[in-house]
Design a protein around this ligand. Sequence first.
Ligand SMILES: [Zn+2]
Length: 372
Amino acid sequence: MDAIDLLKEMVRVNTVDSRNGDRIIKLVLGYLAKEGGAFTHERVSIDGVKNLIVYTGKKGPAFVLNGHYDVVPATRDGWATNPFEPVERGGFIYGRGTTDMKSGLAAQVSAFARYSRNPRGRAILMVVGDEEKGGFRGTGPLVERLANKEKIARLLIAEPTSQNVLGDISKKGCRGVLWLNVAIKGVPGHASRPLQAKNPIEAAAGLITYLRTAKFPEKSNMVPTTAITTYVHSDSGATNVIPELAELNIDVRYNHGTKPANVVKMIERFIAKTGCRATVKILEDSPYFINKDKGFERIVAKVVKRHTGRRIKFTTVGGSSDARFFSYKGIPVLEFGTRMEGMHGNNERVSIDDVRTLERIIYDVMTSERAR
Ligand SMILES: [Zn+2]
């Protein structure tokens, strides 16, 4: 059995919303028992989400692999194949989760199994659910638990990060995620006399464009801050009435130079100039994070170069992930994995060669890291 066989088995298990986690855990433990050396494990169930932690090697600073088995939903229409039946075609495997991230998980399990036959130091494998829902029933609480009993040296997550070819991009962090609700209060009135009213819809329209083009303070090597409107609502109840209220939701991805309180102020100031008034609520704020361990980046870059010939770039592009839970605790974490083909979309697929190469990269990163 190898990583590809394991990947196919995993795709067959429908893990939308972390369901059937126990079946994935059984597959992983079965694989490790067959292909691996000595290991111990514990199952941790958090509010119904099944998670697994596997340990190998003598106790000491641990190198950790973390991968999620849960996937986003897939509907049969839109797909050329059954998303929960792995189909091999033209060097690819098609199916939900093939890139995000059952292939990364399978490669990690396979590399961990190999490593456990002759461990050079402590290594830990985390198999988690709930990542697609925020990780609060998976990695979030597990990090707390682990950090109390183990010293975590470094961590790799094989999320899909490669863009055009395997080995071009690794993620070294992520911008902060700030979700805002903006209620704009105007002055209602008759649509035939707009000057006697303050139209909150027009203020909202101005704000949307302003935020899209505003210059936010930037002072780092992260991708620039963006503020995107994702929800708009206003209804006066009649076509000839200017409404009193308009409501927006805004997704802000922010950088080192930007503070959430300042974004709120920018919005309030802009709306005040229109004669309306804005009340801004922070719905969610997860700060940015970034890896500062250059030695770790050098190891990953060297191993990737050896296996792919490519010079990897470390960026902060893309959405948030379970990596943040480790980074907030000061643990160096990098994400590296396959290309994102059809990720969260239709006809998701992964290159079989890429999964095999990824497995070798993960194994070599583990052993080089341990040899330092
Ligand atoms: Zn993922």
